[in-house]
Structure formats: structure tokens, C-alpha cells
Design a protein around this ligand. Structure first.
Ligand code: ZN
Length: 355
């Protein structure tokens, strides 16, 4: 469980720093971290009983809300565009990926069977999973993170504004502290969420020039790879087969829905924008995420073929910083654009549903 006292004291220090700072960049990144703290504390179920929450309920909410808006504005301004996405040939490449993923079978949203697992069970599962990966870098980092429970908050409430997520991970670079927030679904999905959020933290620890998820080009590549590996692991452990297959279906349906929405947004943008209009931030994030879905599927296939080599590729990827204005080239991990097209077709053909 998060150490709320520590969080509040960090927050206080950063607010002071923010007020004193005159450097625009530092101010923007402080704003971003403070914004994260704000969201985090809003979503933290235990806060109801703390002084902070009382402060909110005593009518001081406005102060916080206006501060939140100020932070949000600063954060948006500090967002740097990935201009390669606007390049017509790159955009048409991503559109091809989108069209292939949109072919994924339309099936009903799976409903997970309720399964009661306490926190100790969840952590033990995640440890066993990362042990099974048996990677000399990833496994010990994951162990250290899982051991320090102040990195995690497992909440039974649905996270505000995050209804579609199993969790979210924040990083405070000023105190170099990670915070994972997991929304308990009381189903097999919780096992995926814990492994997923832990991998976000592993990614942060392993990349010395880690930028926050918001400013990373492909933050979900390591975590989606872990999702796919989690399904196989659950199966190998004899977990209820029908529930594991619901997890797979869930992730393919997500890819399909995201692709359809994103295709529409691209069409609208192409219709309405003028020559030098930037892509909306949300559309950029969607396009990058779709590339991530396909790339992580490719890495998962590589790991299945040759575990050590596959993990080496994943780690090389995690340690790479991608330029804002240059088309990303994944050939250094042996994945070309043609490979990505092939993987997107595999996903679109639903071969992977039935395994
Ligand atoms: Zn994630």
C-alpha cells in the first residue's frame, strides 16, 4: 500500500519548488508530476479518511481544481509532438496496420468470472510469473519492486476517468519513486494488471533516460509483451482455461476497437486539417499505441521462438530513446516495417484467438 504520509510530504515539497522555480522546463515537469499526484490522490480509496480528503470536502476543492487545470495546461504545452506521424508515407503505413487490426473478429465482450484473490496471492502470483521469465535483468528488478509494497495501491474502486484501465503507473523523477495504482476487478484480470503495471516500473528502472509514459513514444510495448506472456503462463499453470481465453479475447477486442476509432479520427483529420496542422495529441497517442500493439505481438513471437534472443531484443528496445522527428526504425531488433504488416495481418486473421 502507498505510504500516504510520504506522498503528501513529497507533494508539499514539489509545490514549494514549483512556486520558486523560474525555469520553464523544470516548471513544466514539476507541473506534470504534481498533476499526477493530484490524480493519484483523487483515486486513492484510503484518502477518504485522511486530512487531505477532509480538506477537499470542506469546500477547499476549488483551490485544488484550479491548480489541477493550471497543471494540465502546462502539461499540454510541454507535450512534444511526434512529427514523423504526420509524414504521409508513415501515416499510410500506420493506416495499413489499423485496417488489418480492424479485421479482428467482432465477438461479444467477455465477462470475467468473479474470483476472490487477496493481495498476498496477487503479489505471490506476480513474483512466480517474473521468476518464470528467468531473465537476469528483468526478474531481479521486478522482484525488488514487488517486494516494496509502497510502490502499489490496489483499490477496489473504479478509478475516476480510468474506467477502461486495469491500472496506471506514475513516476516521480524528483524523488525517483514509482506508484502503481491497480483497480481490482476481482477476476483473473487482476493478475494481468499487476504484471502489467510492474512491467511499466521495470521499464522505468531499466531505461536511464526514462521519460514519463506520457512523453515516451511506445510505453506499452514492454507491458503488452508481458500481457501476452501472462496468458501463456496462466495456461501453463493450469489456470481455468475459459478465463484465460477471455483475457486474450479482451486484448484483441481492445486492439480492434482502438483501430476502428483511430481510423475514423485519421479520416476526420485528413478531411478537416490544413497543410501544417499538427495531429491532435490524443490521435498521436492512439497511432503510437497501435504500432505498439503490433510491435509487442512481434516481440512476443520472437520470445516464443528463442527466449533469450527475444528478451534481449525487448531489453534493447526498452533502452532506446526514439526521436520525435524521425520515423522509428526497429530493424536494430530485427523487426522491419514489412514484419509489422505481417504481424498485424496475423492478428487480424484471429489465428491467435484459438491457441
Ligand atoms: Zn500500460
Amino acid at each position: 500500500m502507498w505510504n500516504i504520509k510520504e506522498i503528501e510530504s513529497h507533494q508539499k515539497t514539489l509545490i514549494e519548488k514549483y512556486a520558486e522555480s523560474t525555469d520553464v522546463h523544470q516548471k513544466a515537469s514539476l507541473a506534470f508530476v504534481l498533476y499526477q499526484y493530484f490524480i493519484m490522490l483523487e483515486n486513492c480509496g484510503t484518502l477518504r479518511y485522511t486530512g487531505f480528503y477532509n480538506l477537499l470536502s470542506k469546500g477547499k476543492l476549488e483551490v485544488h481544481t484550479s491548480r489541477q487545470m493550471r497543471y494540465e495546461a502546462l502539461v499540454d504545452r510541454s507535450y512534444q509532438s511526434y512529427t514523423f506521424l504526420r509524414n504521409p508515407s508513415y501515416l499510410s503505413f500506420v493506416v495499413e496496420l489499423l485496417e488489418n487490426l480492424a479485421e479482428i473478429d467482432e465477438v461479444e465482450d467477455p465477462v470475467f468470472q468473479p474470483i476472490n484473490m487477496n493481495e498476498d496471492y496477487l503479489y505471490a502470483f506476480s513474483e512466480d510469473f517474473y521468476r518464470s521469465l528467468d531473465d537476469e535483468e528483468i526478474t531481479p528488478i521486478a522482484f525488488a519492486l514487488l517486494e516494496d509494497r509502497t510502490n502499489y495501491q490496489i483499490s477496489s474502486r473504479i478509478l475516476k476517468g480510468m474506467e477502461n484501465y486495469g491500472g496506471i503507473t506514475f513516476h516521480d523523477p524528483f524523488f525517483n519513486k514509482y506508484y502503481a495504482l491497480i483497480s481490482k476487478d476481482h477476476s483473473i484480470f487482476d493478475l494481468q494488471s499487476l504484471n502489467h503495471e510492474t512491467m511499466h516500473m521495470v521499464d522505468g528502472v531499466m531505461n536511464p533516460c526514462f521519460k514519463h509514459l506520457f512523453n515516451q513514444a511506445f510505453p506499452e510495448v514492454p507491458t503488452y509483451t508481458i500481457d501476452y506472456l501472462t496468458y501463456d503462463y496462466l495456461e501453463s499453470q493450469g489456470f481455468i482455461e475459459s478465463e484465460v481465453s477471455k483475457l486474450r479475447t479482451n486484448s484483441y477486442l481492445y486492439a480492434k476497437t482502438l483501430s476502428i476509432i483511430t481510423l475514423q479520427k485519421v479520416k476526420n483529420w485528413q478531411r478537416d486539417s490544413k497543410d501544417n496542422d499538427p495531429l491532435p495529441i490524443a490521435l498521436e497517442r492512439n497511432l503510437l499505441e497501435v504500432v505498439s500493439i503490433v510491435l509487442s505481438y512481434g516481440l512476443y513471437e520472437e520470445i516464443k521462438k528463442d527466449k533469450d534472443l527475444g528478451f534481449q531484443k525487448l531489453k534493447d528496445f526498452m533502452k532506446t530513446d526514439f526521436a520525435y522527428d524521425e520515423k522509428p526504425d526497429f530493424s536494430f531488433i530485427g523487426i522491419s516495417d514489412e514484419n509489422l504488416i505481417t504481424y498485424s495481418k496475423t492478428l487480424g486473421r484471429n489465428d491467435s484467438f484459438t491457441k
